[in-house]
Design a protein around this ligand. Structure first.
Ligand code: GDP
Ligand code: MG
Length: 643
């Protein structure tokens, strides 16, 4: 490019010559007439500056315009139609950006926005029906907040008395209520104690508990661990403890069967302390209560403690909104699908439109746990619902929505998604998924043949961590003896854990569940293999080391004061190349004055991605304006290198 006359530059920029002369004056560039000649450097800088102003004006204009709402991804054709231009025009713009796109091609959000901006149009992401509904619920959640009653689950080893205890608790309370029709089994019931309510979930077993959690349903506020005083802590007790801990739910202990002559409460307390659940009277913080599911002894005290614990937890929700909750169980009854749920927030009313998973409907009838027809269900209430069109899975979330077509729409879309997922090739959970963002912990479930090897593997893992000084930590969520079971798989699924088996096999059910849910199970017969493998996992999860690579260097030749706060730099790339959006540092007299990022890079009027050695350009630095002639900017790339 050679020197240029003012009117020609105005033409290039697509603005009025008079405006350009006015602008030049503000920049202290003296011009006598529209025929005056500007030198190359000045012209380039003027172009850079004015195009920036024009860009800004365009952006402002877009902000003022109403936005077109779009569902992403959007095809090129649909976008063009929405903007009101011909698709081939859009293709031409893309070609200018060196993007070859077919008319039916999906455009991502960023590209669609850039294209729309070319036409001075703003885009607004159109919420799907589901997103809209969730948004409404979320907003309402923060409304009027009051106390709600606790929801409790009993867990423990088989035959330690969960069912007996639950029945006793219920019968003690039942005498007060008058049972109406036939008692409905709805998977949970409410008891009243000292004027407060407590909801007990009647689907004990840690597998069911964790299955619900794997679906994202955390309904339980408090776990009561039932341990028989004549038997003590057993393998499934340990599992229940580990499952509750993985879910971050507080644990209370009911030491059951204290009526038995061979009951040994102290032994149970000692075992609890050994398992990391030190009772309060032993100096820990675990509440324990001795009870009998047969005589009813201690049950009132246990309920007192549940209420106390609930008080501390300050459980609160908005009861004055559309209801939301979790499906406990469902079955086909005479009246059609009977779905029992626990309301978590809001109030469920007759006639409400409901959706759970891929099922939807309208509430025709509501039953409480005594089989009585009710008109409303409040937070923490378990309730049976008639009116669903089919039976949702337990653990599925249910929502009330405001209109029927929306409910059908959401259900249909979810069904489509499930179908698509089934067609897609199965993708294994990647190791990166296993360490949830920000928390660098590899969660493990460890199963071995004998206790000795459980300790040996644990020790080796600890040594590995110490020796290698990995930043990654690991946490054994559960360790036990015997084959890998479905309960292990469900826990791994709910907690994003990796299952390691040493000298053990995997149960058939667990195997197919693991395959279905894509839970990773690794089996070993040599300890060295296990450790070497985990070392690889650690390495893979480690943050890569970052290395800097020099990209290029430029010199600032001339600085123009555009305004008090804004300067622009006319530059020359003296070495390598300069790329937009790369990190850089600015040096003055050999000292680093600024470290940041090159946010704009222009050749004449155009934004460019890079400028090669020997060429002039204009740059903008993120959050830095104090540039001077003679400053040097070095740009570099940051590369990841695996250790
Ligand atoms: P679950 O498997 O944990 O549900 O245990 P169950 O409630 O089915 O109880 C297993 C057995 O222990 C049954 O025979 C009960 O009668 C008995 N049992 C439960 N609780 C007590 C108790 O507090 N005292 C006595 N003596 N027996 C109990
Ligand atoms: Mg039972």
């Amino acid at each position: 490019m050679s020197n240029v006359r003012v009117y020609k530059l105005a033409q290039d920029l697509g603005i009025d010559t008079k405006d350009l002369i006015e602008h030049l004056k503000q920049l202290n560039v003296e011009v006598k007439s529209h025929m005056s000649i500007l030198d190359v450097e000045t012209a380039e800088i003027i172009k850079h500056e004015i195009s920036a102003v024009l860009d800004k004006e365009k952006q402002e204009e877009i902000k003022k315009k109403p936005k077109i709402s779009i569902e992403f991804p959007v095809t090129l054709r649909d976008l063009a139609v929405k903007i009101g231009v011909k698709p081939n025009e859009v293709q031409k713009i893309l070609l200018r950006w060196k993007i070859l796109a077919h008319i039916n091609q999906n455009l991502d959000e960023e590209l669609a926005r850039r294209l729309a901006a070319e036409y001075g149009v703003g885009l607004k992401r159109k919420l799907t029906d589901e997103e809209e509904v969730l948004e409404i619920h979320k907003e309402e959640e923060e409304g009027y907040i009051v106390k709600r009653y606790p929801i409790v689950t009993l867990m423990g080893h088989v035959d330690h008395g969960k069912t007996t205890l639950l029945e006793k608790i219920r019968n003690l309370e039942l005498t007060k209520n008058e049972a109406g029709g036939i008692t409905q089994h709805i998977g949970a019931y409410e008891v009243e104690h000292k004027g407060e309510k407590i909801t007990f979930i009647d689907t004990p077993g840690h597998e069911a508990f964790t299955s619900m959690r794997a679906r994202g349903a955390n309904v339980t506020d408090i776990v009561i661990l039932v341990v028989a005083a004549d038997d003590g802590i057993m393998p499934q007790t340990i599992e229940a403890i580990d499952h509750s801990r993985a879910a971050n739910v507080p644990i209370m202990v009911a030491i059951n069967k204290i009526d038995k002559p061979d009951a040994d409460i102290d032994k149970v307390k000692r075992q609890l302390a050994e398992s990391g659940l030190t009772p309060e009277d032993w100096g820990g913080d675990i509440i324990t209560a001795g009870v009998s599911g047969i005589t009813g002894e201690g049950i009132k005290e246990l309920l007192d403690m549940v209420l106390l614990q609930a008080e501390i937890m300050e459980l609160k929700v908005n009861p004055d909104k559309l209801a939301k909750g979790v499906v406990l169980e469902s079955r086909i009854s005479k009246g059609g699908p009977l779905v029992s749920v626990i309301v978590q927030s809001g109030t469920l009313n007759l006639g409400d439109i409901i959706i759970a998973g891929t099922c939807c409907g309208k509430v025709k009838a509501l039953f409480n746990d005594l089989g009585n027809k009710i008109k409303k269900a409040h937070p923490s209430d378990p309730v049976g619902i008639l009116g669903f069109n089919s039976i949702p899975q337990s653990g599925e979330k249910f929502l009330v929505v405001t209109n029927e077509s929306q409910a059908k729409e959401i259900a249909a879309k979810r069904l489509d998604e499930i179908r698509l997922k089934k067609q897609a090739p199965a993708q294994r959970m990647s190791l990166k998924d296993l360490t949830k963002e920000g928390d660098k912990v590899l969660r493990l479930i460890l199963k071995t043949d004998v206790y000795g090897s459980l300790d040996a593997v644990g020790d080796s893992l600890n040594k590995l961590k110490e020796k290698q000084k990995y930043e990654i930590d690991f946490k054994v969520l559960h360790k036990g003896i015997g084959n890998i079971t479905e309960s292990d798989v469900v826990l791994a699924l709910a907690s994003s854990a990796l299952i390691l088996g040493f000298h053990v096999g995997i149960d058939e059910k667990a195997k197919s569940r693991a395959k279905e849910e894509m839970v990773e199970v690794r089996l070993y017969s040599i300890i060295y293999d296990l450790i070497a493998d985990i070392e690889k996992v650690f390495k893979g999860l480690e943050d890569p080391e970052l290395e800097e690579r020099f990209l290029g260097k430029l010199e600032i030749r001339k600085v123009f004061e555009v305004s008090k706060v804004r300067r622009i730099a006319g530059c020359m790339v003296s070495k390598g190349k300069i790329q937009r959006n790369t990190p850089c540092r600015l040096l003055r007299d050999g000292k680093i004055l600024y470290e940041g990022r090159i946010t704009s890079l222009k050749r004449f009027k155009d934004d460019v991605k890079e400028v090669q050695e020997g060429y002039e350009c204009g740059i903008g630095l993120e959050g830095f304006n104090d540039i001077k002639e003679g400053d040097v900017v070095e740009a570099y790339a940051v590369l990841e290198v695996r250790r």
